[in-house]
Design a protein around this ligand. Structure first.
Ligand code: NAD
Length: 475
């Protein structure tokens, strides 16, 4: 069986005592690889390597152009290995191969290219002072970054953390989710091949609580923690980080509202709304899982939406024709099934399938206070509600403890701006979904997170901005 080792200090290594755990393919529901199970000694080795590479190594001292060139080489290698990387995520978590190979790998490569160029082209600020002094800013690398990632977009979200951290001269210890170790291992091997010095990007596998994840967040040698995952885990990490005053960036859960007004282009709204909640089998923090539709078009919209949901191809994620694969693990499938058990009789289409499958599911008539409307289901399940006025639509959308994203479908320009401003969310998409400009802020408010990443926002997090003040003219 395939073995997936850690990558520490530029070397593939097993755990000190040889401990391993299985990673399970959710399509076959059988283990497909064994993974080195990290513990305290692997965290120790990885942090020591990352510390050495930062304190004494060439990476933080290199010019932006040279560092950027290495990251572009890594992006080239990611694209050249798109098949292996795509298959790795598909086997680990059941994402359709068309998405893992065709979307996630190119987006990961783009993250490395973007942050390499963004760092190289960034300008520092200068502040000429009336007193004859001159102040300017420098953005210096923060140090060792612990990056802790979830399983839903393994490679893509890891690159979203690792790329800006490296571009700004930091070194990294990455802990992928325990369900999805394979692509992180390949990423670290390709980084070595791209010429990144030993210790610059380390990958340690294992679990979170009382394990490698927690150990990383409690270690005073870590200068930044960037985490994506559940809100509850985010709270635990913030508590651990507080002991050392380690800055944290938390990208957490969501319960995205999707508002369809009566004047929307309904074909367009149906197509985007389907994508918003059923892609990646709904295992998307940004999923438009609460769908609010103007009463005037409610019946027509729901009928079209259900037809489109039923037409999605559900099946083997390794088949290029598949649009919806199984849920990522048995544990996660059981959680999603629990939500569906609570709304039996309200399901217009969908429901539990064979194996760890949930078919695209549409629920109409649930109470706004019901668990399915309030908690993150993280599956291919949408609850649909009618609304009568714009004010009511905004009130319903904002009636959540999350604040990651929302979607608005309307042809009325004034309404689009008005509603986008009124929604409490880190990102609002108008007449689209999931379109990103990597310079824009990305993150959430309330239970959806702390801080923003992207462009200059990532620079703020992954550097220590410094002011230098010089006397340039004597009075
Ligand atoms: P999770 O919180 O269970 O795990 C995420 C990672 O944290 C894993 O690597 C896990 O091992 C680690 N971990 C768990 N407990 C830990 C601890 N105490 N200390 C340190 N590390 C710990 O999340 P998940 O189930 O892997 O991912 C799904 C969640 O991620 C959903 O809530 C989803 O909305 C969220 N998510 C958010 C975004 C975003 O950008 N806001 C993007 C993707 C996913």
């Amino acid at each position: 069986m395939t073995v997936i080792p850690h990558v520490i200090d530029g070397e593939e290594v097993e755990s000190a005592g040889g401990a391993r755990f299985d990673t399970v393919d959710p399509w076959t529901r059988s283990p497909w690889a064994q993974v080195a199970l990290g513990g305290a000694s692997e965290v120790e080795r990885a942090l020591a390597a990352a510390r050495r590479a930062f304190d004494d190594g060439p990476w933080p001292r290199m010019g932006f152009a040279e560092r950027g060139a290495a990251l572009h080489r890594l992006a080239d290698l990611l694209l050249a290995h798109a098949e292996d990387l795509g298959r790795a995520d598909t086997r680990d978590m059941g994402k359709p191969i068309t998405d893992s190979r065709g979307t996630d790998v190119p987006r990961a490569a783009m993250n490395f290219r973007f942050f390499a160029d963004h760092a190289r082209l960034a300008v520092a600020q200068a502040f000429p002072m009336d007193s004859g002094h001159h102040a300017y800013s420098r953005f210096e690398p923060a140090g060792v970054v612990a990056a802790i990632a979830p399983w839903n977009f393994p490679l893509m979200l890891e690159s979203w953390k690792v790329a800006p951290a490296l571009a700004w001269g930091n070194t990294v210890v990455l802990k992928p989710a325990e369900d999805t170790p394979a692509s992180a291992h390949l990423l670290a091997c390709l980084a070595v091949q791209a010429g990144l010095p030993p210790g610059v990007l380390n990958v340690v596998h294992g679990f979170g609580p009382d394990a490698v994840g927690q150990a990383l967040t409690e270690d005073p040698r870590v200068d930044r923690i960037t985490f994506t995952g559940e809100s509850g885990t985010g709270r635990a990490i913030a508590r651990a980080a507080a002991a050392n005053l380690t800055p944290v960036s938390l990208e957490l859960g969501g319960k995205g509202a999707n508002l369809v007004f009566a004047d929307a282009d309904l074909d367009d709204a149906v197509a985007w709304s389907i994508r918003a909640v059923f892609s990646n089998a709904g295992q998307v923090c940004l999923a438009g899982s609460r769908l609010y539709v103007a009463r005037a078009v409610f019946d027509e919209f729901v009928a079209r939406f259900v037809r489109a949901a039923d037409a999605l191809v559900v099946g083997d994620p390794g088949d290029p024709g598949t649009q919806v694969g199984p849920l990522a693990s048995e544990q996660h499938f059981t959680k999603v099934r629990g939500f569906l058990d609570e709304v039996e009789g309200l399901t217009v289409t969908g429901g539990v399938g064979d194996g760890w499958f949930v078919r695209p599911t549409v629920v109409v008539g649930a109470g706004h206070g019901d668990r399915i409307c309030r908690e993150e289901v993280f599956g291919p399940v949408v609850v649909v509600h009618p609304f009568d006025t714009e004010v009511e639509a905004v009130r319903l959308a904002n009636d959540t403890r999350y604040g990651l994203n929302a979607m608005v479908f309307t042809q009325d320009l004034s309404r689009a701006h008005r509603v986008a401003a009124a929604l409490r969310a880190g990102t609002v998409w108008v007449n689209c979904f999931f379109i990103r400009d990597l310079r824009a802020p990305f993150g959430g408010m309330a239970d959806s997170g702390v801080g923003r990443e992207g462009g200059d926002f990532s620079r703020e997090f992954f550097t220590e901005p410094k002011a230098v003040v010089m006397a340039v003219a004597r009075p």
